[in-house]
Design a protein around this ligand. Sequence first.
Ligand code: SAJ
Length: 406
Amino acid sequence: MVAVIGIGYIGLPTALMLAASGVETVGVDLNSSVVDRLNNGKITFEEEGLEELFAKAVANGIRFTTEYPKADVYIIAVPTPYDKNSRKIEPKYVVSAASMVLDVCPKGSVMVIESTISPGTIDRFVRPVFAEKGKKIGEDAYIVHAPERIIPGNMIYELEHNSRTFGADEREIGEKIRDLYGRFCKGELVVTDIRTAEMTKVVENTFRDINIAYANELAKICRSDNMDVYEIIRIANKHPRVNILSPGPGVGGHCISVDPWFLVGDYPGLANIILAARKINDSMPEYTLERIHSIMKENGMTEVGRVGLYGLTYKEDVDDTRESPTLQMLESMAKHLSTGIKIYDPFIRDKMVEGQIMDFDEFLDSIDLVVIMVGHSHIKQNMDKLKNKIVFDTRNICDIEGVYKL
Ligand code: SAJ
């Protein structure tokens, strides 16, 4: 039996996938309202294909509980909150989950850590839990690190098709877990050691951060000299070995904007490109704000209250707002004592920031300048409503005549 500890964004689809592929699975979460909701047949967040997968897993007997059960394999997918000041992750939930697993696990069971962690976390924080409990790694229980790789918005497809990494002290244990994931995953399944698996995860996200930073720097260069960055990237990407990502109003989410800091923190003086990329991407909300001011000026606008930000989430078609560029921009505006801006996001149904308007038409009626911060499908389907507005499109999704770009 497999127990998935932490049934949130990563744990829930993983548990459902296992159950749907015929593995006896229990989902465990200390939050009883999440457990109750799932046991009542309701999913806890929106994601393409999740509903159908849930139905299949339920038909195969998946259960949800707040109690840690006896199991052969425990998959830990609890949150690792990020501390903005120290730029480190807080491993306390991983540590307490590991400790609770050790209280109940049968001899020889495997603890798989999927949560995003910084390199060295298993040595520094998880191995010591074994010592505290008087347990021996490799005898009482084993540790595997299988960092998650799925992208919100395409999670179910990616769970099935992405390649995965399994870091273990003993190869046989890595292979045992590889075979378990092989029940539902068709991607290449690679077995390695724990430190390599930890580092690889951070390296992947840092690669993407650096690529986005390059696109953002190009956007600034092109703006300064009146060139079209999107056309330049589009043409450059026709080269078979070039793939530049897209500029945008900033980089958000719990991974790309967070993980590179682990390398900067752990390797000062060595992680130079990584640090520069982080700084460029972090500068984008402020840069976007400067663009808003110059567009306002160009159009004779004086009132921030007639400006509307479309999108609060960190990217399109998800409901996650962690580290979102819009929130970063609002923070920066508050510092400049500039308030009154209007905000709308179709994915955010509860009011979370000052100035937020819950109805799209009401939002549009109250503003003259729309700033597209997130390219949700919703705005793509409602482009005709923007015709009489001044539009600043930071995501390059809109081809209306006269639209301002980054
Ligand atoms: N962004 C741009 N330009 C781009 C692409 C993205 O500005 O061309 C921005 C997005 O708008 C967003 C941020 O970057 O604010 C991050 O979004 P994302 O779609 O690049 O990535 P995440 O954070 O949703 O998911 C990433 C993925 N990692 C990689 O692609 C290497 C995912 O596979 C990981 O599972 C996830 O991080 C994670 O949890 O680590």
